[in-house]
Ligand binder design. Structure first.
Ligand code: PGA
Length: 257
């Protein structure tokens, strides 16, 4: 799936918040109800359940919603206990995968190099990539945001060709804003957007960089959409907690649809 900033994106990261088929089915039924009269040429919604429930979601998601994984491994097959192959994710019906989410960096010790390897294998196996970048609170306080993002992007895209690059969406998610209720100002977010575009233009050229969708993530809710997305010139949002409530997800989506 090609990605383009002419399209707006709402990505629902359900994280590890559903732990039974009953919970999944309840969520899916509510989502279906909320989505019954939604159709949009301008915006796309991608729902990312945990790996365990990808199949369930693949069968029951409303047709206009795409399926994504929350992570994949950097190889497609082999002796990797507990890992999930990008191919199995693709074969079960997902078109996207999140890579480099800050919770993977924090709890699973993922480095920029590992994230780069995952991006490469995902793209090779026809998954579009939602690549997360962002600084910690300490890095922000130390005025290192620009440097951190530059390094994250450089390593994640080290082996990505121009052709493959067209299947990437970048999500700027300051770690200190995730699940905390804190958000940067529109001005700060816009500054990061400009920085990301500049870094991408250096590698892929201005025209290509202009087409990459750049999203904001971290404590997004409907009431904040103007500030964190519209006023900041972002191409969409990555939503955690609020995406667990289909009505809230719909309200967010309708701002961009
Ligand atoms: P949040 O999560 O919306 O709950 O802050 C966002 C994310 O982790 O992607």
């Amino acid at each position: 799936m090609k990605c383009n900033a002419a399209m707006k994106y709402v990505i629902a990261n359900l994280k590890m918040n559903m732990v039974s088929l009953e919970e999944c089915d309840h969520y899916l039924a509510t989502l279906k109800h909320e989505w019954q009269d939604i159709s949009s040429q301008n915006a796309t919604c991608i729902v990312c359940p945990s790996h365990m429930y990808l199949d369930r979601f693949s069968r029951a998601l409303p047709k206009s919603i795409s399926l994504g994984a929350q992570d994949i491994f950097w190889d497609i097959r082999g002796s990797y206990t507990g890992e999930t192959s990008p191919l199995s994710v693709k074969n079960i019906g997902a078109s996207y995968t999140i890579i480099g989410h800050s919770e993977r960096r924090q709890y699973a010790g993922e480095t920029n190099e590992m994230i780069g390897a995952k991006v490469t294998v995902a793209l090779k196996n026809s998954l579009s990539v939602i690549l997360c970048v962002g600084e910690t609170e300490a890095e922000r306080d130390g005025d290192m945001t620009g440097q951190v993002i530059q390094e994250q992007l450089q390593k994640a895209l080290a082996d990505v060709s121009l052709f493959q690059f067209r299947k990437i969406v970048i999500a700027y998610e300051p770690r200190w804003a995730i699940g905390t209720g804190k958000t940067p100002s529109s001005h700060e977010i816009m500054g990061i957007r400009v920085l990301i575009k500049k870094l991408l233009a250096e590698k892929y050229g201005l025209e290509e960089a202009a087409k990459v969708p750049i999203l904001y993530g971290g404590s997004v809710k409907h009431a904040l959409m103007k500030e964190v997305c519209l006023d900041a010139g972002m191409d969409g949002v990555l939503v955690g907690k609020e995406s667990l409530m289909p009505l809230e997800l719909k309200k967010i989506f309708e701002v961009l649809a």
